[in-house]
Design a protein around this ligand. Structure first.
Ligand SMILES: [Mn+2]
Length: 309
């Protein structure tokens, strides 16, 4: 593993990632029971929990998302019926939570970028958010090593504001910041400003509003595939789901995607493109029933299955 010595905080984190004190026990909680792999070198998936929510405008609480997803993951069945295999066998390593840099979102984005850089090229990374801002750090890291990276961005909101509430780095500007460094395809959007609508048209941002015109998920998949390069990052804001499926988000929007819509789309993309990384963001456990955290954990496990098939 390449640990840049000029980044003391990252070094400290990776020292912790050795993970085993004198008594042989890890000092942090891992996805599933953590027994599928106990070091990052043989993992096909490296999960990175990011308990960050400083720019969220409506309600905070996404900082509690990673813990809730990891706790709920203990209830998951290893065997996946749809894929007909034990997905956990791929080797899933969970890093310690990224410590929050309270000096502001730019510093936090830089810290996340450093951690993703340090994981190295081989494993597929999966961020567990946290507010959507965390995605920018992952994209900055992956874009540097992959010149044709494209991003599939599932969200009820367009997140294309150039700035919002005095910052360019808030969760309302994430897709805009990503679009500055690589192409982004939006799916599931049903809430946006007129300025964002104009930006989509002027900048020709591939966007599938929800509900989709055709109403057919296969057509949606084909449109999405047409817009993506061979190397893809998938970002899922959990508010892309209909609130009847996923209530525990800070900014719920009715009329959203179903479980079959999201998993069908992601599986289709993963089958035909190389997925370098993904994230699940904006779970805010206190806003909804406990089932929401389980749904998010199950989606994380599905993602792992799809991208490693
Ligand atoms: Mn959103």
């Amino acid at each position: 593993m390449n640990v840049p010595s000029w980044r003391p905080w990252v070094v400290k984190m990776f020292e912790n990632m050795a993970g085993f004190g004198g008594d042989g026990h890890r000092s942090w909680d891992m996805f599933l029971d953590g027994t599928t792999t106990q070091n990052s070198s043989n993992a096909e998936i490296v999960l990175i929990p990011v308990p960050y929510d400083s720019t969220t405008s409506y309600k905070t609480g996404a900082r509690d998302g990673p813990k809730a997803i990891i706790a709920a993951s203990k209830q998951l069945e290893d065997y996946d019926l749809e894929l007909n295999r034990d997905v956990s066998k791929v080797g899933i390593y969970t890093t310690p939570e990224i410590e929050v840099d309270a000096s502001g979102p730019e510093a936090m984005i830089e810290r996340i970028k450093g951690v993703v850089d340090s994981v190295g090229k081989k494993p597929i990374i999966g961020l567990l958010g946290g507010e959507h801002t965390v995605t920018i750090g992952a994209i900055y890291a992956l874009r540097q090593r992959c010149s044709d990276l494209t991003v599939l961005y599932l969200d009820a909101h367009a997140d294309l504001r150039d700035e919002y509430m005095g910052t360019r780095w808030g969760h309302a500007s994430v897709a805009r910041r990503i679009n500055e460094v690589c192409p982004v395809t939006l799916v599931g959007v049903r809430s946006l400003s007129v300025g964002e609508r104009h930006f989509i048209e002027e900048a020709e941002v591939p966007t599938i509003f929800w509900p989709p015109g055709s109403g057919n998920i296969d057509d949606v998949l084909n449109h999405v595939l047409d817009s993506l390069s061979g190397n893809v990052y998938i970002s899922i804001d959990l508010d892309v789901f209909d609130p009847s499926i996923m209530a525990a988000v800070g900014t719920p929007e009715p009329g959203g995607m179903t479980w079959a819509d999201v998993t069908g789309l992601v599986r289709g993309v993963a089958e035909q493109r190389s997925v370098l990384g993904f994230d699940l963001v904006e779970l805010s456990p206190s806003e909804g029933p406990e089932a929401s955290a389980f749904t998010a954990a199950k989606l994380a496990y599905k993602m792992i299955g799809y991208v490693t098939a």
